[in-house]
Design a protein around this ligand. Structure first.
Ligand SMILES: NC(=O)c1ccc[n+]([C@@H]2O[C@H](COP(=O)([O-])OP(=O)(O)OC[C@H]3O[C@@H](n4cnc5c(N)ncnc54)[C@H](OP(=O)(O)O)[C@@H]3O)[C@@H](O)[C@H]2O)c1
Length: 246
């Protein structure tokens, strides 16, 4: 019960990795807000413990929507102790063909969304006795992936945003770290694992020879939000099964 008594806001908490983190945080005793534009089937998770889990709508690209999310979380659970800035999108396209709308989607969700959520959460997190922000990056922040310039660039920016925020917010009692998964058999990683041709290329680059599970990445998100990470700040924790990728 590492997160007992804590309230966590998880953006993109309705599907994929965010949902896996929500389920894991619930098992660790946290109160959890699963926030996204659509609820999908998140009721299944809420039904595990309706007193400790709620869905709240948010569009992380909108400052008003993000501000409202934090205020509604406080109304629902009394405060915010942990922000998991997980919502993200990936749009493929080589640089000479990538549509401007796709580029804007990635920048506004993956980067501006992390900034808006961080900014809105700080006033609440500093009232916590252990405020934590876990941003979600990717192994692709530091590796070249053809056709993914927009995604790689936004995740690289998230990592530097994380490092600067960590230094700025430490005096206010808030630790900021990034979780950088490799290829998960969950969420957008399934675009890789479900396609035999693409997966056969990537599998040889994974020293463990398999994708990670949402649960394995969620374990790291528990660590970064929990008491064992009390002296970890500005760190990027890769959870990628030993990814060999230049
Ligand atoms: N799965 C992997 O293999 C992998 C690997 C490395 C990093 N990651 C990172 O992990 C994070 C989650 O990815 P995933 O694979 O779980 O993706 P996913 O299954 O596509 O889920 C994305 C989540 O983000 C939400 N979202 C998207 N745009 C949003 C917006 N504007 N406002 C609020 N919520 C929004 C989605 O809900 P709505 O569309 O309803 O809003 C959904 O809940 C992302 O940051 C991704 O880059 C994933």
């Amino acid at each position: 019960m590492r997160l007992s008594g804590k309230t966590a806001v998880i953006t993109g908490g309705t599907r994929g990795l965010g949902r896996a983190i929500a389920e894991r945080y619930l098992r660790e005793g946290a109160r959890v807000v699963c926030a996204a534009r659509n609820p999908y089937d998140i009721k299944e998770v809420i039904d595990l413990d309706p007193d400790r889990c709620a869905y709240l709508p948010v569009d992380v690209t909108s400052d008003q929507s993000v501000d409202a999310l934090m205020a509604e979380t406080v109304d629902t659970f009394g405060g915010v102790d942990i922000l998991v800035a997980n919502a993200g999108v990936s749009r493929d396209g080589r640089v000479d063909r990538l549509a401007l709308d796709d580029w804007r989607d990635m920048v506004s969700t993956n980067l501006t969304g992390v900034f808006l959520c961080t900014r809105a959460a700080v006033p609440y997190l500093e009232r916590s006795d252990a405020g934590r922000i876990v941003t979600v990056s990717s192994s692709m922040a530091t590796r070249v992936a053809v056709g993914a310039a927009g995604y790689c660039a936004t995740k690289a920016a998230v990592e530097m945003f994380t490092r600067v925020s960590a230094i700025e917010l430490a005096p206010r009692g808030i630790l900021v770290n990034a979780l950088a998964p490799g290829i998960l058999d969950e969420g957008m990683g399934q675009q890789v694992t479900a396609n035999d041709r693409i997966w056969s290329k990537y599998r040889t680059r994974l020293s463990l020879g398999r994708p990670g599970t949402g649960e394995e990445a969620a374990d790291a998100a528990v660590f970064l939000a929990g008491p064992e990470a009390s002296y970890v700040n500005g760190h990027v924790l890769e959870v990628n099964g030993g990814l060999l990728w230049s």
